[in-house]
Design a protein around this ligand. Structure first.
Ligand code: DX5
Ligand code: ZN
Length: 222
């Protein structure tokens, strides 16, 4: 099958040397970056906003997969698009109706993703399955790196993958998993149907990135 995509989560990286981190990740074979934007309201943690996205846009051509863990994400879609996002994912829990946000992200020429936390039932996404480009299945409650993997994500991925087989979900919709993804969980995520794998501590906690990225990519191959 297609080569699995491992995306480093830029949350526990060295922000004092961001350009160097990006070069090291590129040299390690990374082909896209996952940016964890947190506002201290939707999640009890605060990370960064548009300035960091714009700074990264200046130093890399890699696709920027922006994960908005913020309240009222509709306020900032245009600004994250202008900062250089290639894909903007917001949380279904943060909006009353996701459709207008998906429409606006598309009108900005950016791909639209929708994310759901472990506690949120998959049925919450039903109305949006025909519109989104990506579904981000959280395997940890959004907010922090280094948390333990929640197996409920595997059930959701499996269901979504089955919906691709039965035609309920368009086959081109990307299934992404995020949180607690490491050498002992990534294989099961791939078997359940995940195609994009967000990894934080299992990369940034390592002395060198390349062996970790290569091992994770290999383990994610079906
Ligand atoms: C959590 C973030 C994840 C997290 C992944 O809210 O969305 O991307 O940083 O970090 P690990 O891989 O350490 O769970
Ligand atoms: Zn994330």
């Amino acid at each position: 099958g297609a080569t699995p995509l491992v995306l480093p989560s830029l949350l526990q990286c060295d922000f004092a040397n961001l350009e160097r981190e990006v070069r090291t990740l590129e040299d390690a074979g990374i082909r896209a970056l996952h940016l964890d934007v947190m506002d201290g309201n939707f999640v009890p943690n605060l990370s960064y906003g548009m300035p960091i996205v714009a700074a990264l846009r200046k130093v890399t051509k890699l696709p920027l997969d922006v994960h908005l863990m913020i309240e009222k994400p509709e306020r900032y879609l245009k600004q994250f698009a202008e900062a250089g996002s290639d894909l903007i994912t917001f949380h279904v829990e943060a909006v009353a109706d996701a459709q207008p946000l998906v429409n606006e992200i598309h009108s900005l020429g950016v791909k639209a993703g929708i994310a759901l936390n472990p506690a949120t039932p998959l049925g919450t996404l039903d109305a949006y399955l025909g519109a989104v480009d990506l579904i981000l299945v959280m395997s940890v409650p959004a907010g922090f790196g280094g948390q333990k993997f929640h197996d409920v994500a595997l059930d959701k991925l499996q269901t979504l993958n089955t919906q691709k087989q039965t035609g309920q979900l368009r086959p081109e919709v990307i299934l992404e998993v995020d949180g607690g993804v490491n050498t002992s969980t990534i294989g099961r995520c791939a078997q359940a149907g995940a195609q994009w794998f967000v990894v934080g501590s299992a990369i940034f906690g390592q002395a060198s990135y390349r062996p970790a990225v290569e091992q994770l990519t290999q383990l994610a191959r079906l």
